[in-house]
Design a binder for this molecule. Structure first.
Ligand code: KIV
Length: 289
């Protein structure tokens, strides 16, 4: 299926038309191809790759070079899909100059269509600078994993009046700064609904209820491939990890038992060649026939 290449304004227009936006993560070309073929609107090269792929305990250690390496692979598999590169911790907070340099690498070196960064009012000036430089930006508020320590851990945000008000202001600040969409992570569903109604750019929820303008999940979570930690908001649409482990164990068993590779998965030679080899001194199966 070839699809029209989406742009940031197309994604904003989907909200105006009341069409849900589908975003999924991918970290390599083969997953990007599958996600694209599933009909998702946006492929996010999330810094969650630090935990899912690289084995870190959080997203904090992820570097620009690691993100670019994976973003390039995703771009190669993603066809015409809209690809968003997730800016890693401290790649955008230091100065607008550095933020533009790093975001520019996602666009120029990895072929991303946009970048995502975490934070509200405190990053609004950075978002504005990126947008002015011609780089589409997706915001991310609520539970922001890069600063989860400051938030007291991986917890639902916006449960009291003050923090709910702060999150609404954060969403408005990102919209005013020129972001084309904003991820709402781990918010009460009523708050996510209020924010979604208060801004004209789409909200993309993860653990934020059904009233967001779109939804995102980490693909490995959705497929049941990442067993180390499964947040309660994740729905497993498949349970692949047990099946994958069983398949790997079967391979091991069959090799140990001499069952694999069987003739169907081996290459045979013409009888004449076997006879020639036998004549040259090597015993072959042809000797036995
Ligand atoms: O890094 C990531 O995968 C994300 C999504 C969970 C929104 O930021």
């Amino acid at each position: 299926m070839t699809r029209k290449k989406l742009t940031a304004p197309d994604i904003v227009n989907k909200k105006a038309r009341g069409e849900k936006i589908i975003m999924l993560t991918a970290y390599d070309a083969s997953f990007a191809r599958m996600v694209d073929q599933s009909g998702a609107d946006i492929i996010l090269v999330g810094d969650s790759l630090g935990m899912v792929i690289l084995g870190y305990d959080s997203t904090v250690p992820v570097t620009m070079d690691e993100m670019l390496h994976h973003a390039k692979a995703v771009r190669r598999g993603a066809g015409e899909a809209f690809v968003v590169g997730d800016m890693p911790f401290l790649s955008y907070q230091v100065s607008p100059h550095e933020a533009i340099g790093n975001a520019g690498r996602f666009m120029k070196e990895a072929g991303c269509d946009a970048v995502k960064l975490e934070g509200g009012e405190e990053v609004a000036a950075i978002v504005q600078a990126l947008v002015r430089a011609g780089i589409p930006v997706m915001g991310h508020i609520g539970l922001t994993p890069q600063t989860a320590g400051q938030l007291g851990g991986y917890k639902v945000q916006g449960r009291d009046v003050d923090s709910a008000r702060d999150l609404l202001s954060a969403a408005r600040a990102l919209e005013a700064a020129g972001a084309f969409a904003v991820v709402l992570e781990c918010l009460p569903d009523r708050l996510a609904k209020v924010i979604s109604q208060a801004i004209t750019i789409p909200t993309i929820g993860i653990g934020a209820g059904v009233d967001c303008d779109g939804q995102v999940l980490v693909t490995h979570d959705l497929l049941g491939m990442f067993e180390k930690f499964v947040p309660s908001f994740v729905k497993n649409y498949a349970q692949l990890a047990p099946q994958m482990k069983e398949a790997l164990a079967s391979f091991r068993r069959e090799v140990v038992d001499g069952v694999f590779p069987d003739p169907e998965h081996s290459f045979t030679m013409q009888l004449e060649v076997e006879k020639l080899l036998a004549a040259a001194g090597g015993g072959t199966d042809a000797d036995e026939e």
